[in-house]
Design a protein around this ligand. Structure first.
Ligand SMILES: [Zn+2]
Length: 262
């Protein structure tokens, strides 16, 4: 049995970019964009406090567009000890882009965060968790070393090509371990708004199962604009208390978790 049970918390700080990325014409819908602005205006401060309270060092994924608009928010996350990962520039789904657009999205996103925090990110999350057939080569070319996108495993693993290891580690994610399927609403997205306890129940039963699975880890995906509401933050606090209550649990940033993969 491993010495620790890794727990990774990946948090998207999308702000308005999520809506502009879904449809460019949304840039002229200030009320819709305000769903995203909530992240910086209200959600971030109490979420950062809650993470401190539970001793969690998370990875914040920030689109370059959001970082350019709210550089102080990004610096604050970094100053509080969290890893800053890239999340594209304009939150565009990469499988819909031309080769040139895709490379520009990746590079401008990485550069923007490098400029603002002084550290070029090595961790990348695709907006909407999609790859194109070109994505892996682009990540290799531009220095990304940690991907948090694939849904195919319970354990972190190294990407391979032609039987050879690549310098990119995957930290697999799952839709049921994300907040968006329970809470994302508005714009073109219509779904039943759920009580926070629905997410808590699924996350807790899955955490308990993963904890007993040899070599597995627990990877939670949050969005500041969705989880940063008072009732949902209370739920998150209860959940993190449950997670912390197990021996061997260690909260790791994405980079720290990836470094454990040979
Ligand atoms: Zn996002």
């Amino acid at each position: 049995m491993s010495d620790i049970f890794p727990v990774v918390v990946g948090i998207c700080l999308d702000a308005e970019a999520i809506w502009v990325g879904k449809a460019p014409e949304n840039k002229d819908r200030p009320v819709l964009l305000s769903h995203g602005a909530f992240a910086v205006r209200e959600g971030l401060a109490p979420l950062l406090d809650l993470l401190d309270e539970h001793g969690v060092r998370a990875t914040f994924f920030v689109p370059g567009m959001t970082a350019d608009r709210y550089p102080d928010a990004v610096r604050l996350c970094a100053a509080r000890g969290h890893e800053i990962g890239s999340h594209g520039y304009a939150h565009l789904p990469v499988h819909t882009l031309t080769a040139e657009q895709e490379e520009r999205e990746l590079v401008t996103g990485l550069e923007s965060l490098g400029r603002i925090t002084g550290t070029r990110p090595v961790t990348w999350r695709s907006p909407s968790w999609e790859f194109s057939p070109r994505t892996m080569d682009l990540l290799l070319r531009h220095g990304v070393r940690v991907s948090t996108n694939y849904h195919d495993a319970l354990r972190p693993y190294r990407h391979m090509r032609d039987g050879r290891p690549l310098p990119i580690v995957e930290l697999p994610v799952q839709w049921h371990l994300a907040d968006a399927p329970y809470f994302l609403y508005g714009g073109q997205v219509g779904r039943v708004i759920r009580p926070a306890t629905d997410a808590e129940q699924v996350w807790t039963e899955e955490f308990d199962g993963l904890y007993e699975t040899p070599g597995a880890f627990y990877h939670l995906t949050l969005h500041v604009q969705l989880i940063g509401h008072p009732g949902r933050l209370r739920m998150l606090s209860r959940h993190l208390k449950h997670v912390r209550g197990r021996p061997r649990v260690a909260f790791l940033t994405s980079q720290q978790a990836a470094a454990r993969v040979p």
